[in-house]
Design a protein around this ligand. Structure first.
Ligand SMILES: Nc1ncnc2c1ncn2[C@@H]1O[C@H](COP(=O)(O)OP(=O)(O)OP(=O)(O)O)[C@@H](O)[C@H]1O
Ligand SMILES: [Mg+2]
Length: 472
């Protein structure tokens, strides 16, 4: 099967700017429906008549009970998209109720990645877009765990992807614009190079990703979310996908003798998965620096001699694994200095994941507050029942307007206040930000009567306290 049918990420040219990069669609075999679309296009002014289209991913999640074939659902969604002359903007679109196949089988349909082509939630019109439809079903199995030597914490977790547990994780992670797309494109390109059999002596690349940066910036979550995304985008090439999470820290904490057996068992399992060429395997090594630390301690002679063998065995196995075409190794580290492990040294994709910018902080807090409004914990009397708070881009746009045009609109004032909270949170990690609303709620004198404005005020104080505590 051809990977070139795959995602926009697969075919997109990396763009340094976040501007519009049109994707040239090769002259297609014109189907009946396409001809209809072309006829509609001809009524548009010639300046916007173009062969250039933006490839937009449309992800279709099947119901857990569905037994429909992916191809049938994909064709039905493609027909629906052509028929409905939709405009494309990130987010869910309703499942059409006039198509029994879709009604019976589809849980939801999401438009993704339009922000790669247009900024600030602008809309792409149907004739500008070539949709790439990906149909998937979430695995509900949950992780399969291997207990560590002390039987208390697990050293490995294994998931079938896409997993229910990671649903929504990709969207919940907020970074400066372009970061997530860049990672997705790099990983997709690595898979395509492998798939096409590019000679590694002529063009070198690998499938190792290293995300490094301070604690709590979402590195582990981003790896899992990326694996989930790739499993969806590449599912017509790789119908089976697994994520193996190796907790390096717990592996080497104390139970070296047990670790030897666990490492052997783990790699035997992985090898079996990898031999099946329709499997795509992600191996996530969290806190990868602890492998180097463990090896150094072992070499210094303070650990039993078989511990050296365990660490070396793990590094050798990983080194061997990276030559398998259907494996992506994902690693995270809190250490930004060079990590002394050969296989990470050669990582092609090294990304620094820093504390969230003002815009990211605003968006993270906005998503938290919207959840509190949705659940009724927080009431926003200024906006009635509306749970939507303005996003950062439209707030900034409003702030640039003269105040007489702006007036003192209620929704702007609560968002201005939210902006102040985001400013007060400078230096806090994404993890601390996601905890902040809870801590602020716990600090209220009357938790059953949460006035929005008062709550935001409490959040500022809580943020100040968190910041001063994190500096100590
Ligand atoms: N940029 C972000 N946007 C949204 N949520 C974030 C962000 N950064 C962190 N979080 C949230 O913080 C929590 C912790 O993230 P995670 O454990 O992935 O961080 P980490 O970088 O791996 O931390 P550590 O270095 O301590 O292992 C997650 O629930 C995640 O959703
Ligand atoms: Mg982590």
């Amino acid at each position: 099967m051809e990977i070139s049918e795959e995602p926009n990420a697969a075919e997109a040219k990396p763009s340094e700017s976040n501007g519009i990069v049109p994707e040239l669609v090769p002259s297609p075999v014109v189907t009946e429906e396409k001809t209809l679309v072309s006829a509609e296009i001809s009524s548009y002014p010639s300046s916007i008549l173009s062969e250039d289209k933006f490839i937009v991913s449309v992800e279709v999640c099947l119901k857990p009970s569905s037994t429909a074939r992916n191809e049938d659902v994909r064709s039905a969604v493609e027909r629906m998209l052509e028929k409905r002359s939709l405009s494309y903007t990130n987010g869910p679109i309703p499942v059409p109720n006039d198509d029994p196949l879709l009604v019976e089988n589809v849980l939801r349909i999401d438009i993704c990645d339009t922000d790669e082509w247009v900024e600030n939630g602008e809309v792409l019109l149907f004739w500008q877009v070539k949709p790439a439809v990906h149909v998937y079903q979430l695995s509900e199995e949950g992780p399969c765990e291997e207990l560590g030597g002390d039987g208390q914490f697990s050293s490995f977790n294994e998931w079938n992807l896409p997993a229910k547990e990671f649903d929504g994780m990709w969207d919940s992670l907020i970074y400066e614009s372009g970061l997530k797309q860049r990672l997705l494109r790099y990983a997709a390109s690595a898979l395509i190079f492998t798939e096409k059999g590019v000679d590694p002596f002529l063009v070198s690349w690998n499938r190792i990703i290293l995300l490094h940066g301070p604690p709590g910036t979402g590195k582990t979550s981003l790896c899992k979310a990326l694996a989930q995304k790739l499993s969806i985008r590449f599912n017509s090439r790789y119908p089976q996908c697994q994520l193996i999470e190796v907790n390096a820290h717990s592996l080497f904490s104390k139970w070296f003798s047990e670790s030897g057996k666990l490492v052997a068992k783990l790699f035997q399992n992985i090898q079996e998965m990898v031999e099946e060429e329709n499997n795509l395997v992600f191996v996530l090594i969290d806190e990868v620096e602890s492998l180097a630390a463990a090896r150094n301690t072992a070499l210094a002679g303070s650990e039993p001699s078989d511990s050296i063998r365990v660490v070396n065995a793990l590094l050798t196995q990983l080194d061997k694994l990276k030559s398998s075409p259907n494996v992506i190794i994902m690693t995270t580290s809190n250490i930004t200095a060079a990590i002394d492990i050969a296989f990470v040294d050669r990582a092609d994709i090294k990304a620094y994941i820093g504390p969230p910018t003002l815009q990211a902080r605003y968006e993270i807090l906005r998503s938290c507050l919207q959840e509190l409004l949705r659940t009724g914990i927080l009431k926003n009397p200024q906006e009635g029942d509306c749970h939507e708070l303005q996003n950062y881009a439209s707030l900034k746009e409003k702030l640039l307007q003269p105040s007489e045009i702006l007036g003192s609109h209620a929704s702007s004032s609560s968002c201005n206040q939210l902006l102040k909270v985001a400013e007060a949170c400078e230096g806090l990690s994404g993890r601390s930000l996601r905890k902040l609303p809870f801590l602020a709620h716990a600090a209220l004198t009357n938790p059953y009567n949460c006035d929005f404005s008062k709550f935001l005020h409490t959040m500022i104080n809580t943020a100040k306290r968190e910041r001063s505590e994190s500096l100590n």
